[in-house]
Design a protein around this ligand. Structure first.
Ligand code: AMP
Ligand code: GLY
Length: 418
């Protein structure tokens, strides 16, 4: 089978790496990918220089090259309607339509759906005017969570512990329009351990994968600004399996069913960003795609064939994925300055000394040498019988990489390894 993967980061590298292990895969295309993905196991990989957003060109490519299955990474392409374009052309794609991707693209859509169908989430109010939002803030006080309603690359969320912090966030979003002209959600502050539950979904069929936890803050001890994610691990021992099972049924299955009822059935990866509160699991956010960097540990943990699962799911056949018992833990190496301003083109040495699996998040080959080409640059995956072993293994790999312009968190997995 010819498989096309759309995207360019560590998540897409992990999907390609997993697809390459499938006996069904004969050719892999990645559009646009990055130079670090040019050879994956023994499967030929062709990087296709088409932007993720260019749906027309991607449809034409898939048609001309007789691509059998397309898998999409980034949310912007989904929200733009890439799946709609592929369907119109009669091409097979594992991705939600633009309407279904609203579960990620519009916080209001997601919240309205959850309220209508009794899916547990934080209580909230939506505002488009600073004055009204500010009056509400005075009424309810802090802590409170302020979220920009739109795509803000994981940076449109402020967990404000004080009224002053909350007010500043409201000013940034509603007076200065720093993220755009969208509305703002003011949400109840929830507490408890977080976990990411990725499910393969087609209409009412929901297939859970193993849960993972990511680390959103830039620095050790969960300090510093929010990022796209600095590391991840699976399993997540602080979350009891019965709570996961509850969340699969009452959150993920309930949401997939609700989408069918609403006339916009979901196909693709439905990702629940969940928090285990004293009242049970609640939804922090939904994503309409593979999580990044959760995918980079969940797919290595998957023993069975992802491509076969996707094909079976699309054919409405039963799917029962299998996972290794080992623990997996991965560490992001990012350019110094990330998630703020950072440089590119830093030479990365000794990558060939690393025996652990490495996913390239943002690299490029320049004059025959691997150099950084993004904020998040590499993801090193460790594995072991326990999370502590997986952590040791990951950092052994990280420490072999020589690039003084990159930084990483030293404490990935700290919640689980004490
Ligand atoms: P999000 O981009 O919605 O995943 O939010 C980023 C992070 O902000 C989450 O991973 C949580 O740690 C935190 N967060 C979001 N919403 C809430 C909430 N209602 N209560 C507490 N923390 C939250
Ligand atoms: N790791 C969080 C996300 O993919 O949005």
């Amino acid at each position: 089978m010819k498989i096309l993967i759309i995207g360019r980061g560590g998540r897409e590298h992990a999907i390609a790496w997993k697809a390459a292990q499938s006996p069904l895969t004969t050719q892999l295309y990645i559009a646009p990918g990055n130079d670090g993905m040019r050879t994956i196991n023994n499967v030929p990989v062709e990087l296709v220089p088409i932007d993720e957003q260019d749906s027309e060109a991607l449809v034409a490519f898939a048609r001309d090259h007789a691509v059998d299955l397309t898998i999409v990474g980034p949310e912007a392409a989904l929200i733009n309607g890439i799946a709609n374009r592929f369907h119109e052309a009669g091409l097979t794609i594992f991705a939600p339509t633009a309407e279904a991707a609203s579960i990620e693209g519009s916080k209001q859509f997601a919240k309205d759906l959850m309220i209508k169908y009794n899916i547990p989430t934080a209580t909230f109010q939506i505002f488009d005017q600073y004055e009204k939002a500010s009056a509400y803030l005075k009424e309810v006080g802090a802590p409170i969570v302020i979220k920009y309603d739109g795509i803000a690359a994981g940076k449109g969320v402020v967990v404000a512990m004080t009224i002053e912090e909350a007010d500043q966030a409201l000013r940034d979003m509603l007076l200065d329009h720093n993220f755009g002209d969208g509305k703002v959600l003011m949400e109840e502050f929830l507490q408890g351990p977080e976990f990411s539950l990725l499910t393969l979904v087609n209409g009412r069929q929901v297939v859970p994968l193993v849960i993972a936890q990511d680390h959103k803050r830039a620095y050790d001890g969960d300090k510093g600004p929010n990022t796209g994610g600095m590391g991840a691990y699976s399993p997540v021992p602080v979350i009891p399996q019965e709570q996961v099972d509850w969340a699969v049924k009452h959150i993920m299955q309930a949401t997939a069913d609700a989408m069918v009822e609403e006339g916009c059935p979901f196909t693709g990866i439905l990702y629940g960003g969940l928090m285990l509160t004293a009242q049970g699991p609640k939804v922090i956010e939904f994503n309409a795609r593979f999580g990044d960097p959760e995918t980079e540990v969940v797919l290595p943990k998957m023993k069975s064939d992802l491509i076969q699962h996707i094909l079976d799911l699309l054919a409405n056949k039963p799917v029962t994925p299998e996972f290794y018992d080992e623990a997996f833990l991965g560490v992001v190496l990012a350019a110094k300055g990330y998630p703020g301003k950072y440089g590119k083109g830093f030479p990365i040495r000794n990558l060939d000394h690393v025996t652990q699996t490495v996913f390239h998040m943002g690299t490029k080959i320049k004059d025959g040498e691997c150099v950084s080409n993004g904020g998040r640059v590499l993801f090193v995956v460790g594995k072991g019988k326990t999370l502590a072993e997986a952590q040791r293994d990951a950092y052994e790999g990280v420490h072999k990489i020589a690039c003084p312009d990159l930084f990483f968190r030293e404490d990935i997995g700290w919640q689980a390894i004490r």
